[in-house]
Write a new protein. Structure first.
Lengths: 427, 514
């Protein structure tokens, strides 16, 4: 008998991917809730690894007619000591619970499954965005799709335009009077039928000449070949830069630095993932500020006094030299414990109101506090009260206080939640 | 090819040539010694992920898209990754050719086991058992699934994903009540089914004439009072196939929705025999692979080491935990089925007095395979157990029968045990556990209020006091009401027609109805 053995292993995998996506779409609200909940007590690094989430089954289950209760008869294996007529006490209270319950399960109340890294982060960042991403500029690098743009003499074989190539070849053959195969065949037939010796020689010479000509003029010449040409469509993109300003002065405890770094880590991931054209500038400051790379920013040690204005000044310098406010959407997030030398307040305030805020779309200030301190009874720090004052004057500032790891995610969501423009300044 | 010709393979590795040799060796034994009659075989090698894929879409190689399959996949994948669940070694599809999926991780011994089990055991059962012959169309199923998949995809394109999803959700909820339980209508011919659907659509498109719209509608027919008898006759009531009833009579469904109901119904029907023959089907396959493996070993085509490997996994498969074992989850169909097949073989070839008394028809007849093949052809689980479960096996499994009456305060009564007084009762009760009539709730459409508010009336005949789970019932009825587009009521009645509970649900506004 003929037997077919088929190797299916090479078939494209993830056949159920579409079903999975449908499922995730349907359960989106639930999954998103679960993602947020599970991200709260996890490290940011872990969050980005995806992982198991569990969602309640409500709304995701598939109801069926199910029966329950009533008198039940069952036959079980493994009788060791019962004899007919024995009464077995019910375990586990009234009605339910048999020596062993073979019947219908009660159904799970939670549904656990694994989300991949991408799915997790996407869901996690789903409703976040940079506010006011307004300034768009035509950048050559970015393209959106391709469109047909006539024909070219070079290209990839996949793009050969057969009809164009063949018609050009025909035009060339006609123009150069390439002998047609039928003409040669006709002469050959005549030759076969011909008796006359001289005529034969003539014919043979003629056939030879035609054949030579046909060889010289190829049916399709490389110069006939035309390729379909495609052009990329440039599309204006919004260029944005995010300034991360972090206070690393001596007054910042390890806990505070940890909070600030977590916040920036999240911000970093968010920007990297959602915006391809966002530049990130890291500035850390004590009593003087420096622009550092990502590695130093997150891991390098530093300590010293506190001058907030130094960081703002550095940011301003960088904006002036590298990011023209007319082309760039400028964002800044500042984290600090709020301590600033008293004399610096006015300078910082002026820098902010006159230079930085007018150029920025959005400025977020995150005040980190000591563990356990309640954000409500922290007395306002010097920086907080300064910013509070500015905000009262209508500056586009968002301010939040964080004193515990678990607050980072909610605050982050809060800051970057998608919302209407008017709400933002009011927060 | 004849008997012994050296081992089929060495060690655990295999390639496609090995599979071919294995198949040929198994086939020879299956045909000559066991006398099996099978569909042509097709063997497909798949990965673990593909196996999970197949799991989540009811074991079918191609299936329409629906979120619930994604849910099952996610769920199964999670428990598989955690190590909670092993994967089956194979999946076999009742189709012609009969497709067996083999996992690539299996060793050569396991592949032999699986080929013998699926490609010959299950295959023979599919081809010969009367239920499968009556209810399924092995030739057409793959084409039909392909049609279903494309049809659903087309509907999504034309009518929107949401509308299709809602219809399918509703149909899935009613799937267990979309089955014809009694023959009488002609066997399903799935190929013709697909053609019929196409022709009907073409006919409609051809006959479409916009003029009909402009013809003034006549006066409404004078209200004739149909008597109940006649109305029920016209609607084919009572009707227990809810999906069929909706497909044919739901007043406001679009044609494509009816077709979707039909697809779900056909697929439910296709699986109907499988749910009734679990014990027999697995018993047959296990018995066949056990016979084939033993013979291969005797012929020297499987080494002693590999045979031990086989015995180990075979023993795991037919393990039956006791009721008080934490691993217990009902009778293991492999264990029960295999034990019964072996027991029948013993009764036929080497009966004792008890067997002669209990099974006069088959005891000592000599040709075990002829008897077994006859049984495989003509029985389903319920009738199989009620006829062939022997006292010896009841003793072997130490079976006992519990009667749990919630009214009884003292506890659960042991009604019968494996002794002379109990054999027949235990056998009857066990057979009843496999009776489809008892497995699903008995719910019927009893009437439609055509003259009034078009309410659809259903009745659940409560057996032994087991009522429907209320929240689930409400949700299913909601789906039902959505399809029917008018109110739906369900009453639960006990055998004396006393109403125990009544549900009434109003339809929601569906995207599809818009």
């Amino acid at each position: 008998m003929v037997i077919h053995i088929v190797d299916r292993r090479l078939n494209p995998g993830s056949k159920s991917l579409e079903n999975r996506q449908r499922f995730l779409r349907r359960a989106k609200a639930l999954v998103q809730g679960a993602v947020k909940k599970s991200s709260q007590d996890r490290d940011i690094k872990d969050v980005l690894e995806g992982g198991v989430v569990s969602i309640p089954l409500d709304g995701m289950d598939e109801p069926r007619f199910r029966r329950e209760g009533g008198t039940r008869d069952m036959v079980l294996p493994g009788n060791k000591k019962f004899i007919e007529g024995d009464m077995l006490p019910r375990s586990g209270g009234e009605g339910r619970g048999k020596p062993s319950d073979p019947g219908e399960g009660e159904g799970e109340d939670a549904f656990r499954f694994v989300l991949s890294r991408d799915e997790f982060v996407d869901l996690f960042l789903d409703d976040l965005e940079l506010p006011d991403l307004a300034k768009r500029k035509l950048a050559e690098a970015e393209s959106e799709g391709i469109q047909r743009a006539g024909y070219a003499t070079s290209g990839s074989p996949a793009n050969i335009s057969v009809s164009r190539t063949v018609s050009r070849a025909m035009a060339r053959r006609v123009a150069l009077r390439r002998p047609r195969p039928e003409a040669i065949a006709q002469l050959e037939a005549e030759l076969a039928a011909c008796e006359d010796e001289t005529r034969r020689t003539e014919l043979m010479a003629e056939i030879e000449a035609l054949k030579a000509k046909a060889r010289r003029i190829p049916f399709i010449d490389p110069i006939d070949i035309r390729y379909r040409r495609f052009e990329t469509l440039p599309k204006p993109v919004a260029q944005a830069v995010m300034f991360c300003l972090m206070d690393v002065s001596g007054s910042m405890t390890e806990h505070m630095k940890d909070l600030a770094k977590r916040f920036y880590m999240l911000l970093y991931v968010f920007l990297k993932r959602r915006y391809r054209h966002v530049e990130i500038v890291f500035i850390r400051h004590t009593d003087r500020a420096e622009e550092v790379d990502e590695e130093t920013f997150f891991h390098g040690p530093a300590t010293g006094g506190t001058l907030v204005s130094s960081a703002l000044q550095t940011m301003h310098d960088i904006v002036r030299s590298r990011f023209r406010p007319s082309d760039w959407n400028i964002y800044a997030a500042q984290a600090s414990d709020g301590d600033n030398s008293f004399s610096d307040g006015e300078v910082a305030g002026r820098l902010l109101t006159e230079m930085i805020l007018p150029a920025s779309q959005f400025f977020a200030y995150l005040e980190v506090g000591e563990a356990g301190s309640n954000s409500f009874d922290m007395s306002d720090s010097s920086l907080w009260s300064l910013y509070e004052r500015l905000r009262a004057d209508g500056a586009p500032l968002s301010m939040r206080k964080v004193s515990d790891r678990s607050q980072i995610f909610p605050v982050f969501h809060d800051l970057f939640q998608r919302r209407g423009k008017h709400e933002r300044a009011a927060s | 090819m004849t008997g012994a010709s050296g081992p089929l393979f060495e060690g655990a590795d295999w390639d496609f040539a090995t599979l071919q040799r294995i198949h040929d060796a198994c086939e020879e034994i299956a045909r000559t010694e066991l006398g099996l009659d099978v569909y042509p075989n097709q063997i497909e090698v798949i990965t673990a992920e593909q196996m999970l894929d197949a799991y989540s879409s009811v074991g079918m190689p191609l299936f329409y898209k629906h979120w619930s399959f994604g849910k099952h996949f996610a769920h199964q994948e999670a428990s598989y990754r955690k190590g909670l669940m092993g994967l089956a070694y194979e999946i076999v599809i009742n189709s012609s050719p009969c497709i067996s999926y083999l996992m690539e991780e299996n060793t050569a011994t396991m592949q032999t086991l699986v080929v013998a089990h699926a490609a010959f055991g299950h295959n023979h059962f599919f081809k010969n058992n009367y239920l499968f012959k009556q209810w399924t169309d092995a030739d057409g199923i793959l084409d039909y699934l392909d049609f279903a998949k494309n049809y659903v995809a087309q509907c999504e394109e034309r009518h929107g994903r949401l509308a299709v999803e809602q219809t399918l959700d509703a149909a899935h909820a009613l799937m267990s009540h979309g089955i014809d339980r009694y023959p009488g209508k002609k066997k399903l011919d799935l190929r013709a089914e697909e053609k019929r659907s196409r022709e009907r659509r073409q006919h409609r498109e051809r006959e479409f004439n916009d003029l009909w719209r402009t013809v003034p509608a006549g006066l409404a027919k004078s209200e004739t009072v149909l008597n109940v008898e006649r109305r029920r006759n016209l609607l084919g009531l009572p009707q227990e196939n809810l999906l069929y009833f909706l497909e044919k009579t739901a007043p406001r469904l679009h044609p494509w929705q009816r077709e979707l109901l039909r697809i779900v119904r056909h697929i439910a029907q296709y699986f109907y025999p499988q749910s009734q023959t679990k014990v027999m089907n697995e018993g047959t396959a296990t018995y066949v692979h056990y016979r084939i493996m033993n013979r291969l070993h005797q012929q020297g085509r499987i080494s002693d080491g590999n045979f031990l490997e086989f015995l180990q996994s075979h023993t795991n498969v037919v393990f039956q935990p006791d009721f008080d074992d934490p691993r217990y989850s009902g009778f293991n169909p492999y264990a029960l089925g295999f034990a019964m097949m072996q027991d029948i073989e013993r009764i036929v070839t080497n009966p004792d007095d008890e067997d002669r008394e209990w099974f006069p028809d088959i005891a000592g007849k000599g040709d075990a395979m002829a008897v077994l093949r006859d049984i495989w052809t003509n029985y389903r689980d319920e009738s199989f157990i009620s006829q062939f479960l022997s006292p010896r096996l009841m003793r072997h499994f130490r079976m006992f029968h519990l009667h749990d009456d919630p009214e009884e305060r003292a506890g659960i009564r042991v009604d019968a045990i494996h002794d002379a007084r109990g054999y027949r009762r235990i056998r009857r009760e066990l057979a009843k556990q496999y009776d489809v009539g008892f497995i699903d709730a008995n719910i019927e459409v009893v009437d439609v209020d055509l003259a009034g508010d078009r309410r659809l009336m259903l009745r659940h005949a409560v057996v032994k006091g087991a009522q429907l789970n209320e929240s689930d019932a409400k949700r299913v009825l909601q789906h039902l009401a959505d399809l029917w587009s008018y109110d739906v009521s369900l009453v639960e009645t006990d055998p004396s027609d006393k109403v125990l509970r009544e549900y009434v649900l109003n339809p929601r506004k569906l995207a599809a109805a818009a």
